[in-house]
Design a protein around this ligand. Structure first.
Ligand SMILES: Nc1ncnc2c1ncn2[C@@H]1O[C@H](COP(=O)(O)OP(=O)(O)OP(=O)(O)O)[C@@H](O)[C@H]1O
Length: 312
């Protein structure tokens, strides 16, 4: 895969606050990069600089080998940006809104109409083309916003927290649109503070906090860095004694064990260790009332990297 976007040592301060502090990462062609971090981490400031909407104090952004600067640049036209705040005109129909965006990029007439039909189909809003966004749900408005950002057929689509404030069904519809775009070979940057969203979409994850990159890896690579990959929770009728706890701790593949509520949680190096452990526990006379395994989440990864939870 060749590099489409190269972000190098971006820095931006607001007064004395350094919002972005030396951020570097690369987006390859066809890749979806998840920019993950808690509120205030510097994600919006970073993507605003990538789009050329904000001038960095230092550092550079190049797309297809060309610099993306705050002024007009050819590289900027290759980017579609879906901001956090909706940018739609309530008095115009969905189709008219799209034509307006087309005009901003010099598209008009039959070409603009054709393109509008294509993007409306992509976001599943074809049957609502003549309706005004005022009659749309929050999720539909966001999908129209995505359609608007796609009117000029950009190579890279950047979405800043596109699911904030939408219900789970609409969230799914947004994901289906983005998965379709991925299938078409488009490159995406997706910012979020929801690890499960980034995990579902991204080929590569950049974790950012306090304006700095904490990790830049594939989802599998991030999971590999963790001491445990899975957790087994077991509820028991009889309390688990100290000697049994010590025996569990001594077993291969167990990285941690703790008494929790009416049972215990065992952290395992691999999910495959769960079944032999359950069999062995049964042989020791442990009768589980309930048990469940959970995969390590990005929440755990963030905790492991920073010692803090994602949303504190
Ligand atoms: N225009 C501005 N003026 C002053 N401070 C700003 C400005 N924009 C952002 N900041 C500050 O910069 C830091 C990073 O903000 P940014 O919006 O980039 O974070 P974020 O990760 O996108 O968070 P969120 O998800 O809440 O938008 C925050 O401390 C924020 O208060």
């Amino acid at each position: 895969m060749s590099a489409l976007l190269t972000v190098s040592q971006l820095t931006k301060s607001f007064g004395t606050r350094r919002a972005v502090d030396g951020v570097s990462f690369t987006v390859h062609r066809g890749q979806t990069v998840g920019l993950l971090g808690p509120n205030g981490a510097g994600k919006s400031t970073t993507v605003a600089m990538i789009c050329g909407l904000l001038t960095p104090d230092s550092g550079s952004v190049t797309l297809d080998g060309e610099s993306v600067s705050a002024g007009a640049s050819a590289a900027k036209r290759k980017i579609g940006f879906v901001p956090q705040d909706l940018a739609l005109y309530d008095d115009l129909s969905a189709l008219e809104n799209l034509k307006l965006f087309a005009a901003l990029y010099g598209l008009s007439g039959a070409r603009a109409r054709e393109r509008a039909q294509d993007v409306l189909a992509l976001v599943n809003l074809t049957d609502r083309a003549k309706d005004k966004p005022a009659t749309f749900s929050g999720g539909m408005k966001r999908r129209l916003n995505i359609a608007a950002a796609l009117m000029h057929d950009p190579q890279l689509l950047i979405l800043d927290e596109p699911t904030v404030g939408v219900d789970p069904q609409s969230r799914n519809a947004i994901f289906e649109t983005l998965e379709r775009l991925k299938g078409m070979g488009r490159s995406l940057i997706y910012t979020s503070h929801y690890m499960e969203e980034v995990e579902r979409l991204a080929d590569h994850i950049v974790i950012i906090d306090h304006g700095k990159v904490l990790a830049d890896d594939t989802p599998a690579g991030l999971f590999r860095k963790l001491p445990a990959h899975a957790a087994l929770s077991i509820e028991t009728d009889e309390p688990v004694g100290e000697s049994l706890m010590a025996a569990i701790r001594a077993r291969g593949g167990v990285t941690d064990v703790a008494l929790v509520g009416d049972g215990l949680t065992v952290k395992l190096a691999q999910s495959a260790d769960a079944l032999p452990l359950m069999t062995w526990l049964a042989e020791q006379g442990v009768k589980p009332r309930y048990f469940a395994t959970a995969r390590t989440s990005l929440e755990d990864i963030f905790l492991n990297l920073t010692g803090r939870t994602l949303r504190d």
